[in-house]
Design a protein around this ligand. Structure first.
Ligand code: DAH
Length: 339
């Protein structure tokens, strides 16, 4: 009897089955009423009393082993079969959860793509700058208020090392190192010493454009502005130029577009004027050309600069500037991923 138990035990440990039917056959062979283990239990009656304890224990162990083994074989084949039954090769692959592009990146890319269609190429410069590139070369008088400590983050005084307050500094970097014609677009981050609120931040983003060649005129500037406004905000967009002042351009202007939100009828966003300001621009001041080593008698040019946050607000109506830098995924989730 003990030998029989041992040989069954060895056989059961190596059992295998390819499908449900084979598992069922094994169950019948070992565990059914007439199965081999049940027959052993029948024979148990004939075992002498003094061996009953030992053999009874072994028999029970054998039965448990067989039950567990057969159950686990059943589970394995059922899993395999249900996997292959559910396999639908026509189903689309489960979607990968893609990250979203930050709205500032989306708008920056869009601005760059519009200007690149006009032949502008990207130029970049450092965020940590010196006074000459940010102010002096751009015709800022020595006592101009923008140099004031309140606007500019200084890293060091004398010689001045500071965080650029506008991307116009890239203009002077490119002009001092490149022969005209120059046709560049300069996206980048800028810093100003402002109290952080819904409408102001100590850092934000700008895009600057500069075009220098022979005979560049204000008409070229205006046509570029109109093209940009209509590509960015739709073909019915109107533009309006208001005289303004910047040290580095003469004449200077600010450009408004017909309010994108109310279509020019007047709403809270445009303060009921029908127009919203989006950028500053003008003809590069001859002083700037000369300071950067470009002959102002031979060349002329235009420049323009805009805040990316402002354009983004107009396009996506983000009301609080702080949302751009809080990195809240719920905010980012609202923007389409573009590849
Ligand atoms: N740099 C100006 C600013 O930060 C923006 C600007 C105005 C840039 C007029 C220009 C320009 O190139 O022509 O406010």
């Amino acid at each position: 009897m003990l030998e029989k138990i041992d040989s069954l035990k060895a056989a059961i440990e190596t059992l295998s089955a390819a499908n449900k039917e084979e598992v069922e056959a094994l169950r019948i062979k070992y565990l059914s009423k007439k199965g081999e283990i049940s027959l052993l239990f029948n024979d148990f009656r004939t075992v002498p009393n003094e061996q009953k304890k030992e053999i009874g224990q072994k028999l029970n162990e054998l039965k448990n082993l067989a039950t567990e083994k057969i159950n686990s074989l059943r589970e394995t084949v059922e899993e395999k079969q249900s996997d292959s039954n559910n396999l639908d090769l026509t189903r689309t692959a489960s979607p990968l959860r893609l990250g979203k592009r930050h709205p500032i990146s989306l708008v920056r890319e869009e601005i760059i793509s519009i200007f690149s269609r006009l032949g502008f190429t990207i130029a970049e410069g450092p965020e940590v700058e010196d006074d000459w590139h940010v102010f002096s070369s751009l015709n800022f008088a020595a006592d101009h208020p923008a140099r004031d400590m309140q606007d500019t983050f200084f890293i060091q005084r004398n010689p001045d090392v500071l965080l650029r307050t506008h991307t116009s500094s890239v203009q002077s970097r490119v002009m001092t190192s490149t022969e005209p014609p120059i046709r560049i677009i300069c996206p980048g981050r800028v810093y100003r010493n402002e109290a952080i609120s819904a409408r102001a931040h100590c850092f934000f983003h700008q895009v600057e454009a500069l075009y220098i060649d022979k005979n560049v005129s204000f008409a070229d500037l205006k046509q570029t502005l109109l093209y940009f406004a209509r590509e960015m905000f739709g073909k019915d967009t109107e533009i309006r130029l208001r005289p303004s002042y910047f040290p580095f351009t003469e004449p200077s202007a600010e450009m408004d577009i017909s309010c994108h939100i109310c279509g020019g009828k007047g709403c809270a966003f445009c303060k009921h004027t029908g127009w919203v300001e989006i950028l500053g621009c003008g003809m590069v001041d001859p002083n700037v050309l000369d300071a950067c080593g470009i002959d102002s008698k031979k060349y002329s040019g235009y420049a323009l600069g805009m805040g990316i946050e402002r354009i983004t607000n107009l396009k996506y109506r983000v009301k609080d500037l702080r949302m751009f830098s809080e990195n809240d995924v719920r905010f980012l989730d609202e923007f389409e991923a573009v590849h």
